[in-house]
Design a protein around this ligand. Sequence first.
Ligand code: DX5
Ligand code: ZN
Length: 258
Amino acid sequence: MTRLSLPKRVDGHDRPQAVIAPSILSSDFARLADECKRMVDLGADWLHVDVMDGHFVPNLTLGPPIVASLRKHTDAFLDCHLMTTNPELWVKDFAKAGADMVTFHLEAAAGPEPDDWHSLRPDAAHPAVVDMCHGVRAAGLHVGLALRPATPVELAVPYIEQGLVDMVLVMTVEPGFGGQSFMADKAAKAAVLRKKFPDLLIQVDGGLAPSTIDRAAAAGANVIVAGSAIFGAPDPGAVIRQLRESVTAAAISGKAPH
Ligand code: DX5
Ligand code: ZN
């Protein structure tokens, strides 16, 4: 059984309710429990946990032992974004550590070699990706499917249509580092999914801030990850509110494409 439930779409909205997920990558890791509590107190819905293996991306961050430590200090929804090759190796460890959702990269699930993702097709589900989705659910976790900026969004469709994923993460920077510039044309990929799937959770991650949120909101995103824009702000609570207001306004006015 999954520990915490996912947001739903309410009447009059064109997407599920807004979720604001500060990325702890931008927090002070030496004070992680306090930083997480601060974000939840300021209105964060989820905490976004960036897991990097130094292989899928050129950076190293954290893994299941830190999630397990953090779980002792917070009841918050832990949204774990795995930027790793062989993501299937880590699912059980994250479940045991107390994660709520595992989002893995479609490109990595297709196989361990950098070119393996070229075998993905928009009209047929890849067996390894299907197995990965089943594995995450079987571990009692919600399932997220992440796409690098260069990956065509249509490649996610077979898994959504088969009901295998709860959320698609559209990366709006090249994964690996916080503080990069938002790629508006990549956020536009969300619109393709929103048009087909009004109830799907669509997450955007990378460069989200009060100055860029309207582009992502207009494309239909409802789960907003922000690291530097929240942790680096003098008033992080005000940024969380601004991000939520932009998404909710777009959801009500139906700014997303129909
Ligand atoms: C990048 C990570 C992001 C990162 C976002 O690889 O997946 O979650 O923390 O940081 P900002 O919001 O600073 O771009
Ligand atoms: Zn992330």
